[in-house]
Design a protein around this ligand. Sequence first.
Ligand SMILES: Cc1ncc(C[n+]2csc(CCOP(=O)(O)OP(=O)(O)O)c2C)c(N)n1
Length: 387
Amino acid sequence: MTVLHQPGTGADTGGVPEWRPRVAPEPLLPDARPVRVLGTPALKERDPELLRDLYRHLVVGRRYNEQATALTRQGRLAVYPSSTGQEACQVAAALALSPQDWLFPSYRDTLAVTARGVDPVETLTLLRGDWHSGYDPHRWRVAPLSTPLATQLPHAVGLAHAARLRGDDTVALALVGDGGTSEGDFHEALNFAAVWRAPVVFLVQNNGFAISVPLAKQSAAPSLAHKAVGYGMPGRLVDGNDAPAVHAVLTEAVERARHGGGPTLVEALTYRVEAHTNADDATRYRDADEVEVWRRHDPVRLLEQGLRELGLLTDADAEQAAAAAETMAADLRERMHSDPSLDPMELFAHVYAEPTPQLREQEALLRAELDAESAAGTGTGTEGAGR
Ligand SMILES: Cc1ncc(C[n+]2csc(CCOP(=O)(O)OP(=O)(O)O)c2C)c(N)n1
């Protein structure tokens, strides 16, 4: 219960104004150890259908990462930040939400977006460099993938707060990396979320690095989950490679938010097994041994093992999941190999309601250039096409 700052009478404190913490800090402290479900008796209590669903999404997600990375090598995708090793966080995030909820992803969260139902090709539109967002955020209740770090967090808080004011039972779940917690937007978002008791959940995927910068060079906090206490919200710590555990912790936080309990900060401990993107060489800043340790703590294999031990997954189920992954990859490959039809003039659309004189001038220059190319027969063949 919130206690307002109370100056008191000073009578019983020797003239020093009385002070009490405004919120008791102990209940906000994160779990002493990362929550785990796999390898514990709690696994048996989870819904078998949910566990199988998580597994199928993880297998498809792993394949999506492989295929998207291959597309960068074939020149079909400008950049891809792989989430191999982080699939459990992303899939659990999508599956913890109800249809009326909103997801606020970063550039690395393509699996969370597709697990929510967005077309795998449309998820990649931004990373292909074609358009700001390939999907309709309102239809899917998924904000555009955010490249500027942590900017999605205040957006999530604003949406959640507005939903609450309108009486909607919508919860926003915002994803951010460990590096993103160093941004001012992280602070502003968490602070307002707690002050407003907004129905929002923050999931930090602590994958160890912000490109080449290890977490130890960014934060001296006991854990990122501990930061929650300073804002007045609970912090949770979970094994980010344990899909049922991430799902359980997020579901609890989402339902708490939905029922007026306010925001939660969840830190999922995971690891970015691949390089930051296809443009990065991770061998320059980390040891192969470290990567190997995490490869052994693999989210897909861990879940498969847990399900098989309980008799919840047969060879046929595993083959079916693998076949679904191959079908998705083949479709992705085929559709990404056809040239998008783009209209370069759209660069100027949706910038301002009233374009500035400079933009009008640039627009006219580009139009003239495209017309000249087209008259000379050297155009890109994309002029005037819809996207
Ligand atoms: C505001 C801002 N500053 C810097 C960058 C450049 N940048 C892109 S990714 C990245 C590291 C982010 O690390 P983290 O938040 O841990 O996420 P991860 O990439 O590991 O998922 C940086 C600094 C950016 N995109 N936005």
